[in-house]
Design a binder for this molecule. Sequence first.
Ligand code: THU
Length: 136
Amino acid sequence: MSVDLLATRARAMLAHSYAPYSRFRVGAAIESVTGAVFAGCNVENASYGLTICAERSAVAQAVAGGHRRFRRLVIVTDSDRAVAPCGACCQVVAEFAADTQVFSFGNTEEKRWQLTDLLPNAFQLADAAGSGGGDK
Ligand code: THU
């Protein structure tokens, strides 16, 4: 799927964003190496720290759908600037695909990065104590 179509999928998620506290709506779409696409939105909570970002919501959808290898992540907000995914979301995406391309669209700006540029030294499965570096 083209990046523009991925952005359309991510933008559609803005309507489902639950952001009564920040009023900052975020949509995300993640594309697996098979071409399957999964979308998500931010889901806030009265206990603020429980908020789930759009990117992690999309990753959870993908993993629940049986997809763990990703090639592109697209983020859309309704702010002017193109925002980068937060560090927690970079870490979660890196768990499955450290070399994912990341695209971000604001109303008046677009940006793209490699995930490794945003999080060059992600903590990995093999780093986790006691994991033995097992299979994903
Ligand atoms: N948010 C995301 O969904 N993704 C990010 O990468 C950064 C922040 C959400 C969390 C919260 O609902 C709102 O944006 C403001 O932080």
